[in-house]
Write a protein that binds this ligand. Structure first.
Ligand code: ZN
Ligand code: ZN
Length: 275
């Protein structure tokens, strides 16, 4: 199979298995909730700083029986995202409805706003639909970076999912960009609202702030470093490693950029799952 064919195959495979995963995810979620309920306030322990070493990584994750506490930086996710830990994974559950105005809410909705000058709206609307992302509590570098799929590749702190640099059929976003609302979001043909580019609503509060997490568990930041400098030395996945206020000991992280891939050209780490 050629590399391109493999990519298309991956994307199709991803879509085909989504409904199956959703059912499995619901089951997993139910058991995770039960585990938390039985855990006796395990969520009250807050780690002082996320570990950047692999020393505390469970050697064989996935049984769901481990009790790992939630890294402190996840507190930056707002109430639109339900965040919990299940074994070696953080589960983030959202309906991807934005907390800001958008044309795509539709006329008559309290958060509707008219299209801005030059906007060429698409035909779709914002409809909340549950998405669950499972990401490693302790991200780890993959032996080889992997392509990001179509569909959600991560989630913002306001609950809106991130998409990659492609439109359907992995076409460039050249024309889709025109349909973005004032905050760089728009809905899919299945009415799922998402961001491909810098989420302007969130970066209004700081261009260097932490904006979310990708499926491999590494955080995503705005288009500037603390102090305002443009991020330098980004790799092919659009990330690099240095200390930030959230990770004083250093952490690999992605940045939103003006140019393609805008957020992540690939996953640097071992990816989790989405359903
Ligand atoms: Zn899109
Ligand atoms: Zn950086």
């Amino acid at each position: 199979m050629s590399r391109v064919t493999a990519r298309v195959h991956d994307a199709l495979n991803d879509m085909l298995t989504r409904s199956v995963r959703a059912r499995l995810m619901a089951l997993a979620l139910a058991s995770a909730v039960t585990a938390l309920a039985c855990g006796g306030g395990a969520t009250s322990t807050t780690p002082t700083a996320p570990s950047t070493t692999a020393a505390t990584t469970p050697t064989t994750g996935g049984t769901g029986s481990g009790t790992t506490s939630l890294p402190a930086w996840y507190a930056q996710f707002g109430s639109a995202v339900q965040v919990s830990v299940s074994g070696s994974e953080v589960m983030l559950r959202t309906n991807s409805v934005p907390d800001h105005a958008s044309y795509y809410f539709g006329a008559g909705h309290a958060s509707y706003e008219a299209p801005h000058a030059g906007m060429q709206p698409n035909q779709h609307r914002i409809v909340g639909q549950t998405v669950t992302l499972r990401v490693p509590v302790t991200p780890s570098m993959a032996s080889t970076p992997t392509d990001t799929p179509l569909g959600p590749i991560g989630v913002a702190i306001n609950g809106v999912v991130f998409f990659n640099q492609y439109a359907a059929q992995r076409q460039p976003l050249t024309f889709e960009v025109l349909s973005f609302d004032r905050y760089n979001g728009h809905p899919t043909p299945t009415n799922q609202y998402h961001y491909h580019l810098e989420p302007l609503w969130l970066t209004q509060a700081g261009r260097s702030r932490l904006l979310g997490v990708l499926l491999d568990g590494y955080p995503a930041y705005g288009p500037a470093e603390a102090g305002g400098a443009v991020p330098s030395g980004l790799d092919s996945c659009n990330g690099h490693t240095h200390a930030t206020s959230d990770f004083p000991a250093g952490m690999y992280h992605y940045h939103f950029t003006e140019a393609v891939p805008y957020l992540a050209g690939c996953y640097h780490g071992v990816r989790g799952s989405v359903g």
